[in-house]
Design a protein around this ligand. Structure first.
Ligand code: GLN
Length: 200
């Protein structure tokens, strides 16, 4: 079981080490051949407009869309969540996504002035305390289709109630960055999705 981390831009290294700590074989993916060699993909946080440009330049846009349509498990954090959305609000007009999760996300939704903030997030399916979540110019989810499970929302503060974690089949997305806080529960949850999908 090999998990790739899309390594065009963003916090690739943090995801690679979080996956390694979960005992998953993780490697960077920059080229279509590298995508062919993995069973699952993590799309890191970063800047979705840049990631979109680079995905086109590196010939990865269509191949990743195809793998998603074929059932490949994918986890996206923050910019990665935007890259997994079917509809992006406040995006750049030419911005592309891999789509996959039937949802509308708003970029930089928590306020353009506020670069980052922290809040508690409860996630269904992941037992234990609320996540202490770090949001960095993060999106939130404004609408989901019938196939999408809402897994998590902000529990307190000005953004309370906002949807920040979703799952559709093998696709998982969070608006926050568990790879930056050392809380491995989201990565473990994803590795379990990959295991179950490989076993099938
Ligand atoms: N605002 C960024 C974007 O639109 C996402 C920020 C992040 O990934 N931390 O892609």
């Amino acid at each position: 079981m090999n998990i790739g981390v899309l390594a065009l831009q963003g916090d690739v290294r943090e995801h690679l080490s979080a996956l390694a700590e979960c005992d998953a074989l993780a490697r960077p993916v920059r080229r279509p051949e590298e995508l062919d060699a993995v069973d699952a993909l993590v799309i890191p946080g970063g800047e979705s407009t840049t990631m979109s440009n680079l995905a086109i330049t590196f010939g990865l846009l269509e191949p990743i869309r195809k793998r998603i349509a074929g059932g490949m498990p994918v986890y996206g954090s923050c910019a990665g969540m935007i890259m997994l959305a079917t509809t992006v609000l406040d995006g750049r007009p030419d911005q592309e996504s891999f789509a996959g999760i039937d949802m509308t996300v708003r970029r930089n939704a928590f306020g353009r002035q506020v670069d980052s903030f922290e809040a508690d997030v409860a996630i269904d399916d992941i037992p234990g305390d609320d996540f202490h979540a770090v949001f960095i110019r993060a999106p939130w989810v404004e609408e989901v289709g019938a196939e999408v499970s809402v897994l998590g929302h902000v529990t307190s503060g000005p953004a309370a109630g906002r949807i920040v974690a979703v799952r559709q089949g093998n696709l998982l997305a969070t608006a926050f960055h568990p790879e930056l806080t050392g809380d491995l529960r989201v990565h473990r949850y994803f590795v379990e999705i990959v295991r179950q999908s490989s076993a099938r």
